[in-house]
Design a protein around this ligand. Structure first.
Ligand code: ADP
Length: 263
């Protein structure tokens, strides 16, 4: 859509004509709509856990459960779970807004990819064991260091690996691999899980986009993980890709610049 401004042309107090100035405001409107949707989404996401916490806390406070410790514990567990959800959501929102503000400069250095991968795998070991998953790490010796912000790289790997585990079937396999790709290194996280319908693939990296809202929530997802991944990778000058066969698994990959150029 367009907005027109009429600007009078005046010379020594005399009107010489008018100039029409056309502003294209469709881009502006689009940004405004994205912002409004985002605020609505955030409010919605925050309201659910708060409502649950308040409800169970009030029930406990009413004293009706003082005699039934088991039920009381169960309610406290629900409160605790929803409080964790809230704090995860807030951490993700802060990470996103920091990345989007753009004034958060990356602390780039030469990073050994393998150390970041190993650390993430270790942190997720318990979750992987709970689902009896095989976690593999391949091809790290085929690539040199990458040029990256170590903390951000850790976050990318954690988000992708956490998803790979979350959407895996019991006894599945998760593989992290790396290979050189020209000036870049391509890192891939592949799982043998539930997969993603083809129609959802193009929108997957959007904020709050989920294939199955109920299932994502139930598995503790915020719907922000992949958009954080995309922001971080793009800030490094890399790109993200996803491919999947429904029911057979998914593969997420990203590129990073090679690290040996500045050393
Ligand atoms: P969430 O916190 O819901 O996992 P993400 O932004 O990390 O949010 O992912 C967005 C959606 O993409 C998820 O809700 C899920 O539907 C889908 N998804 C992400 N990773 C995988 C995967 N490895 N296998 C299947 N689906 C996935």
């Amino acid at each position: 859509s367009t907005r027109v401004h009429w600007v009078p042309l005046v010379n020594s107090g005399e009107l010489k004509g008018v100039v029409a100035v056309f502003h294209d405001i469709s881009a502006l409107k689009r940004v405004e709509k994205i912002r409004r949707d985002f605020v609505a989404n955030v409010s919605h996401e925050l309201r659910t856990p708060v409502t649950v916490i308040k409800g169970y806390a009030e029930t406990l406070l009413s004293g009706a459960l003082a005699s039934d410790t088991e039920r009381g514990r169960h309610f406290l567990t629900i409160i605790d779970n929803h409080a964790s959800r809230l704090s995860g959501l807030i951490a993700d929102l802060l990470a996103l807004s920091e990345l989007e503000s753009g004034d958060n400069l990356l602390k780039l250095e030469s990073v050994r990819l393998e150390s970041s991968v190993r650390q993430s795998l270790q942190l997720l070991e318990l979750k992987a064991e709970e689902k009896a998953l095989v976690m593999r790490c391949e091809g790290m010796d085929r690539v040199g260091p990458v040029f990256a912000d170590r903390k951000r790289l850790d976050q990318v790997l954690m988000n992708l690996l956490d998803n790979a585990i979350k959407y895996s079937k019991i006894g599945g396999t998760v593989t992290v691999s790396a290979r050189p790709a020209g000036d870049l290194v391509r890192v891939e996280v592949r799982d043998t899980g539930i997969g993603i319908p083809e129609k959802d693939l193009p929108r997957l990296f959007e904020r709050f986009y989920r294939v199955d809202e109920a299932r994502s929530r139930e598995r503790g997802g915020t719907g922000l993980g992949l958009s954080i991944v995309k922001h971080i990778v793009q800030a490094h000058g890399g790109s993200v890709e996803v491919s999947s066969t429904l029911g057979e698994g998914a593969a997420f990959s990203f590129t990073l610049p090679k690290g040996d150029r500045l050393g």
